[in-house]
Design a protein around this ligand. Structure first.
Ligand code: 13P
Length: 252
């Protein structure tokens, strides 16, 4: 049964996309959407655009933030951007542990845990991504993998930290491939994740928003969001097209 007081949200992850002109049109459409507290809309852009997000979205209910943060708070770490710097732009959100960062940039479970902690320490809501690869799914390892990924964060940040966080289940084989997990497949993993967190803290688990990500479109969003443990979506490609993105959000 759905818990009605759990936050429901759709968050866009622009990845390495955008330019000032296109962003302005997309953000304008988001700013004009009738966002309600019970149905949150969020946007996570590349770092250089955070000031543009702030100027368009700061006085709207749309939440915004970054796609990553450094595991370090400050110092001699060339090229890094700290959670504190992100927070200075009025951001609410920070994605951590996206599978592209894990696979392409070497973010281990421990590094993701540290990033989660850094984001939370400055008042950002971490959006913790977890998910298995195709070979892990085929080997029957899905639950082991997502439990390990969430478990590492609980070990580093403590289970209480999940009280102010969002989890996003993104099966790697469904990201950018056009292959969506079926609503039943996604629900199974979401329910597993909720039960896994409940073993540490029941109350936190029942309130934890768990988003689905991986080829979500306007056409498949409603069925996914209708599952009892799917509380919204983390949207890649479709978040770059205003009509698709807002259509997905309206399906919430
Ligand atoms: P797509 O929606 O493009 O499959 O990407 C999902 C994703 O990785 C969101 O973080």
């Amino acid at each position: 049964m759905r818990i009605e007081n759990r936050q429901r949200l759709v968050v866009g992850n622009w990845k390495l996309n955008g330019n000032l002109a296109e962003n302005a049109a997309l953000l304008g459409a988001c700013a004009n959407a009738e966002v309600r507290v019970a149905r949150t809309l969020g946007v996570c852009s590349p770092y250089p655009y955070l000031s543009q997000l702030q100027s368009v979205l700061a006085n709207t209910p749309v939440q915004y933030g970054s796609q990553d943060v450094s595991r370090f708070p400050k110092g001699a770490y060339t090229g890094e951007v700290s959670a504190g710097m992100v927070a200075e732009f009025g951001c609410q959100l920070a994605i951590v542990g996206h599978s592209e960062r894990r696979a392409l940039f070497g973010d281990s479970d421990e590094v993701v845990g540290e990033k989660f902690l850094r984001a939370q320490q400055v008042g950002l809501t971490p959006v913790l991504c977890v998910g298995e690869t195709l070979s892990e799914r085929e080997a029957g390892m899905t639950e082991v993998v997502v439990a390990r990924q969430v478990g590492a964060v609980i070990k580093i940040a403590g289970v209480a930290a999940l009280a102010g966080a969002v989890v996003a289940y993104e099966p790697v084989w469904a990201i950018g491939t056009g292959k969506t997990a079926s609503p039943v497949q996604a629900q199974e993993v979401h329910a597993f994740l909720r039960t896994y967190v409940a073993k540490h803290a029941v109350e936190i688990s029942s309130k934890l928003p768990i988003l689905y990500g991986g080829s979500v479109k306007k056409a498949n969003a409603a069925e996914l969001f209708g599952q009892p443990d799917i509380d919204g979506g983390l949207i890649g490609g479709a978040s770059l097209v205003a009509d698709e993105f807002l259509g997905i959000w309206q399906a919430l």
